[in-house]
Ligand binder design. Sequence first.
Ligand SMILES: Nc1ncnc2c1ncn2[C@@H]1O[C@H](COP(=O)(O)OP(=O)(O)O)[C@@H](O)[C@H]1O
Ligand SMILES: [Mg+2]
Length: 294
Amino acid sequence: MGYVISTANMKGGVGKTTLTVNIATCLAKNHGKRVLVLDLDTQISATLSLMSPVEFAKRRKYRRTFRHLIDQIINPEQKIKHTIRDIIQSGVCQLPGLDLLPGDIDLYDEFIVSEMLHNQAVAMGETDFETIWNRFERVLIGKILEPVREDYDFIVLDCAPGYNLLTRSALATSNYYILPAKPEPLSVVGIQLLERRIAQLKESHEHEAKMDIQMLGIVFTMSNSNILTGRYYKQVIHRVHQDFGADKICQTQIPVDVNVAKAVDSFVPVVINSPMSSGSKAFSQLTQELLQKL
Ligand SMILES: Nc1ncnc2c1ncn2[C@@H]1O[C@H](COP(=O)(O)OP(=O)(O)O)[C@@H](O)[C@H]1O
Ligand SMILES: [Mg+2]
């Protein structure tokens, strides 16, 4: 069985999505792995990094997005139109081995989920709503991915910032998580917050099957080599070293590279769009480092 890996940080704009799509692409392109990217953010950045908006709109019109799979779990009575295999787009960016489970700008309705779980609790005579909720988040994404788990060497989940139901469910079903962070104080706070939340999540699930998620590594993204700011960045990185230990911090850092940002315009990751750029080289090296860690 392959690995399920989440990319998460409570903070937005730290390079989670960019890291997810480029690592996924490197795994398929450079290492011949079978990879699935699942976009869990309603900003659909991962989807639009691998597929054009026109193609996405077409798929959304015919309900071929992740939303439809969540819907089937929330409303089990409805007739199943598409299976997960119908919804996955194979060989995105014309790269065999790189598949995408497109996200959606609207993934689930908080109220409907609460109502469904409340009804379940009443039917089961369960008075502790938290237990019902925890059980649901524990299995939601795992259940959706189950039919294709064995089709892939890697399933990479691009989490939204913050800490919503889908992030918790992603972490609960993952073997590892990668924590991208900008080398700046607020981003470091994001690391600490996520670490605390994951510890709580493990605790709240310890009565069910235990969560076995581990941190694969903290990756410093968008680091700047400018000499003055460079010294400041180094101080921040040093603090993270002290807090988390050197073995948790990936040696490869992703530099600021305009080619990385520009690649989004062409709907293919930078490692395909301009493979010789400094950003691309860093992503390739990081992928190798992560494979070694695994
Ligand atoms: N190494 C980089 N160099 C330049 N721009 C980057 C780099 N990594 C990410 N970006 C840009 O920064 C913005 C935020 O990145 P993104 O991956 O979407 O963050 P998140 O998923 O954490 O919100 C995007 O516009 C992206 O193109
Ligand atoms: Mg993102």
